[in-house]
Design a protein around this ligand. Structure first.
Ligand code: C5P
Length: 236
């Protein structure tokens, strides 16, 4: 499979066409960004780690019946995915209060929530990805009510599969962000990446942060903690 035309370059990934019309190639970059791109650094090895971790997680999700755009890992930094149109909604699932939820509701970070909650954010860098409701989704025509139901149920299903996978390796899944897309037949598919860039992952015993908060809050070495996640998930 050869790299074709560059379709899109985002903060952490590049997207290329391939010789197959419905398959795209994703290349993970070494860029780390936070606060809507205000904090930025190149971190050697980050692309490899996120590509491997995302590939492992999508494989585990598929093994548990959760369909996604993921086709296969191609190389250290590259994976093949099914072409989808990304729905511009960032879907956040939270098990434990942290980050923006802790701040918004005045909860102490680490406070367990009585049930998982799902939040929607409008994926728009210029607006700073505002929190939105299903009514905003409807008025902005971001997705149909049926698609919103598929996204909501899908996000909770991903949580049901991911929580025990991490718990088994002594990691608490605090929260995470998902994106969904529409394939050529209009089916809603889980897409994008699932990595320590997009999840909060704490060591269950020590509560050490093993995710991008290490970069956001200058708490230590990003590649060290991402390597811990990769090896606990059984990767190399
Ligand atoms: O910042 P906040 O607490 O809302 O983030 C919730 C979860 O969503 C975190 O795991 C964070 O890493 C992820 N997230 C993301 N991309 C964003 C915003 C949040 O991956 N643009």
């Amino acid at each position: 499979m050869t790299t074709g035309q560059l379709l899109y370059e985002g903060k952490a990934k590049k997207l290329y066409t391939t010789e197959e019309p419905d398959v795209l190639l994703v290349e993970y970059k070494n860029s780390a960004t936070a606060f809507n791109g205000e904090k930025k650094e190149e971190i050697e090895g980050k692309g490899v780690l996120n590509n491997r971790i995302t590939s492992l997680i999508f494989e585990k999700l598929q093994a548990n019946g959760i369909a996604s755009h993921f086709v296969k890992q191609l190389s250290d930094t590259q994976q093949l995915v099914k072409k989808v149109d990304i729905i511009p909604i960032e879907v956040v699932v939270r098990n434990i209060a942290a980050g923006s939820l802790a701040k918004r509701l005045g909860l102490e970070e680490g406070t367990p929530l009585k049930r998982p909650i799902v939040e929607f954010y409008y994926k728009d860098d210029e607006l700073g990805d505002p929190l939105i409701t299903t009514e905003h989704i409807d008025v902005l025509d971001l997705a149909t009510p049926e698609e919103v139901t598929a996204i909501y149920d899908g996000a909770l299903a991903v949580n049901e599969v991911m929580q025990p996978i991490f718990a088994d390796v002594n990691v608490t899944l605090i929260d995470f962000k998902l994106e969904f897309g529409r394939d050529n037949d209009g089916n809603v598919l889980l897409a994008d990446e699932i990595s320590p860039d997009t999840c909060r992952l704490w060591d269950a015993t020590t509560k050490q942060k093993l995710d991008k908060d290490v970069f956001r809050r200058d708490l230590g070495n990003l590649t060290e903690v991402y390597t811990i996640i990769l090896s606990r998930l059984g990767g190399k």
